[in-house]
Design a protein around this ligand. Structure first.
Ligand SMILES: [Zn+2]
Length: 257
């Protein structure tokens, strides 16, 4: 399985930087998990190949690129972009994003080939297929309706939390999928912002370290969803903690498991 975190910001020279405002993972260049920068940073080939988008939750940094992606492709789509999410997340997208005020309700629009967007509700705590991948939905602990996932391509398996605070059920659930090949877990704020992390249901390096005491598997661990302003502080604190097998996921790099 190949995973690429798309970039979402530019450095002084105009090239992509590691500051991560938006979250969007492309799996094998055809399935997107979250769509924060999908309409902005997908390559030309990825723009042509991605038609399936799985959403963890409806916070803007995870969905900002979805309306733009569909808008950009509108006239040339020969099949609809399929958006997979739990029903609560679909309801938020329809009410607050694709509501004719913020953006058109693409689920009701067609081009010359037919529908341009379709929702696929996913079963809470269940499994579903997207292309060659099997997803298992597992609830995490965030402020809004949300999903974490185990993603299986038949030969490798990864777990991804989306945004979350401390969890219990997630760790029990992913044990059933051992052995995992990788764990992608959020670390949004530095330790000195633990109060904000608590109220907004995110993790700091120290909290992540405590969470990982519940993780019994031996696989690479990647910190994701670092708030860009605090990236350097978070990286420093993670380095100090020296958590075994943990590194910070970098954008525009292909990870393969
Ligand atoms: Zn969030």
């Amino acid at each position: 399985m190949k995973v690429e975190l798309l970039p979402s910001s530019f450095g002084n020279g105009g090239s992509a930087s590691q500051r991560q405002h938006l979250t969007c993972f492309l799996i094998d260049d055809i399935v997107s998990v979250d769509a924060g920068s999908l309409g902005l940073a997908a390559s030309d080939a990825q723009r042509e190949s991605v038609r399936d988008v799985v959403i963890t939750h409806a916070h803007l940094d995870h969905i900002a690129g979805l309306p733009l992606f569909i808008d950009d492709l509108f006239s040339q789509l020969e099949s609809p972009v399929v958006v997979y999410a739990i029903q609560d997340v679909i309801d938020i997208l329809e009410r607050d994003v694709f509501n004719w005020s913020v953006y058109p309700r693409f689920s009701e629009l067609t081009n010359q080939h037919g529908a341009v967007m379709r929702y696929q509700p996913i079963p809470v705590g269940g499994t579903f297929s997207v292309k060659h991948l099997t997803f298992s939905e597992i609830e995490v602990n965030h402020k809004v309706p949300n999903s974490g996932f185990v993603i299986d391509d038949g030969s490798s398996r990864i777990a991804l939390t989306g945004d979350t605070a401390e969890m219990d059920g997630f760790w029990d659930a992913i044990d059933a999928f051992a052995p995992l090949d990788a764990l992608l877990i959020e670390c949004a704020f530095p330790d000195e912002m633990s109060e904000l992390a608590d109220v907004s249901h995110h993790l700091t390096p120290s909290q992540l370290n405590r969470e990982l005491e519940k993780f019994k598997q031996d696989c690479p661990i990647y910190a994701i969803n670092l708030k860009p302003t605090y990236r350097e502080a978070i990286v420093r604190q993670l380095d100090t903690l020296a958590i075994p097998r943990l590194s910070v996921m970098e954008s525009r790099r292909t990870y393969e498991w």
